[in-house]
Write a protein that binds this ligand. Structure first.
Ligand SMILES: *Cc1c(COP(=O)(O)O)cnc(C)c1O
Length: 411
């Protein structure tokens, strides 16, 4: 980055510091990943300069012969990767992808169903502070208070009673499997569109290590930067019969010019995800999450639903006190372990002072860590949680974290 260094030493300095931070901490934020150099290079390419409103071979500007091919390749690979009939690779991120889907199928005020934010849903699934909850009428479903699991019987009962026009399945903090087929069945029974938002688990779905919503689900939205390990971006996949409706909702409905440099990076990430090594990677993500969950539980730490089937774990801290998530997340950051505070289902505190921690294994697995490392990391996390005011302990652990990170250099 000699150009950045020369023209803007201030910003350059912060980028270099961030590079060091990513290298030296144990990054357990389940929505993050470390992309390949190829993905990163394409994002910084001349494709950034091109306006390409429209779709391949049907643009509103001239000069698109190269970006047309790039977008065509991205679409073809996305369809192949997931076994989807249609792909729109233009959404700028996960939230805009979901916004386009709302625009495609609902009118303001229409009713839809989404997983309650406090039970693991996303903001765009109907939170009152989000466009989805402000513009449309959300009916939420939750998880069982005791087991922490989705209750499909209850989802069906709510759907039959409320008759929503759209049902969203998908998670941002749910550590178990989702029965997408059952969601589709319920949606068909009540005449609703079923939208599976697989943002968190897309990489696992593509690798076949997590239930897939394809080919039966009406519409699937996803980010491309979580377990899928691509650039920051979004995507919508759907049945052919909804293709026109979705494409029109993305452009000109929601967005203007697509980010062609990101679309090139998406194409590269999809190619990487089609390689056999990516399946091995995804399998290891899940093995690591299970090993980390076991390690935490062996140390007496309580997990929502008692474990995990995917890449993420939700720690329930209520036995240590109410609303301790943020304070303990900061203590862990001081120990070199980066994760995020999160509400637990039926949190006795508030979203601003949640009582849980959310963590996951995509980044550490990208770095090459395995079950053996997860066992140790689980012990460190438990040690900090149990004695979260002990700054001396945090100092000791950050030293050990640095040593471990030095053995797993990625870039
Ligand atoms: C991350 C996520 C999104 C939003 O993605 P952004 O790229 O942050 O807008 C949407 N839905 C789910 C389920 C997510 O986990």
């Amino acid at each position: 980055m000699q150009g950045v260094k020369k023209s803007d030493p201030e910003v350059y300095g912060h980028i270099v510091s961030e590079f060091k931070r990513q290298k030296d901490v144990l990054n357990l934020i389940p929505s993050e990943n470390y992309v390949s150099k190829a993905v990163m290079e394409a994002s910084g390419s001349v494709l950034m300069n091109k306006y390409a409103e429209g779709y391949p071979y049907k643009r509103y500007y001239q000069g698109n012969k190269n970006v047309d091919e790039v977008e065509r390749i991205a679409i073809e690979r996305a369809k192949k990767l997931f076994g989807a009939e249609h792909a729109n690779v233009q959404p700028l991120s996960g939230s805009p992808a979901n916004a386009a889907v709302f625009l495609a199928f609902l009118n303001p005020g229409d009713k839809f169903m989404g997983l309650d934010l406090a039970c693991g849903g996303h903001l765009t699934h109907g939170s009152q502070v989000n466009f989805s909850g402000k513009t449309y009428q959300q009916v939420s479903y939750g998880v069982d208070k005791e087991s922490g699991l989705l209750n499909m019987q209850e989802v069906r009962e709510i759907a039959l009673r409320e008759k929503p026009k759209m049902i969203i399945s998908g998670l941002t903090a749910y550590p178990r499997k989702i029965d997408f087929a059952e969601f589709q069945k319920i949606a068909e029974e009540v005449g609703a569109i079923h939208v599976a938002d697989i943002s968190h688990v897309a990489g696992l779905v593509a690798s076949g290590v997590y239930p897939s919503p394809f080919p039966f689900t009406d519409v699937v939205t996803t980010t491309t930067h979580k377990t899928l390990r691509g650039p920051r971006g979004g995507m919508i996949l759907c049945k052919e019969k909804y293709a026109k409706q979705i494409d029109k909702a993305v452009f000109p409905g929601m967005q203007g010019g697509p980010h062609m440099h990101t679309i090139a990076s998406k194409a590269i990430a999809f190619k990487e995800a089609l390689e056999p090594e990516f399946k091995v990677y995804s399998e290891q993500i899940v093995k690591n999450a299970k090993a980390l969950a076991d390690s935490l539980m062996n140390e007496g730490i309580k997990l929502v639903s008692g474990g995990t089937d995917n890449h993420l774990i939700l720690i329930d801290l209520t036995s240590f006190g109410i609303g301790l998530g943020k304070e303990i997340a900061i203590a862990l950051e001081n120990a070199g372990i980066c994760l995020n505070a999160n509400t637990v289902p039926y949190d006795p505190s508030s979203p601003f002072k949640p009582s849980g921690l959310r963590l996951g294994t995509p980044v550490l697995t990208t770095r090459g860590m395995k079950e053996e490392e997860m066992k140790i990391i689980g012990q460190w996390i438990a040690d900090v949680i149990k004695d979260y005011k002990n700054e001396k302990l945090q100092e000791i652990i950050i030293g050990k974290v640095k040593e471990l990170c030095d053995k797993f250099v990625f870039y």
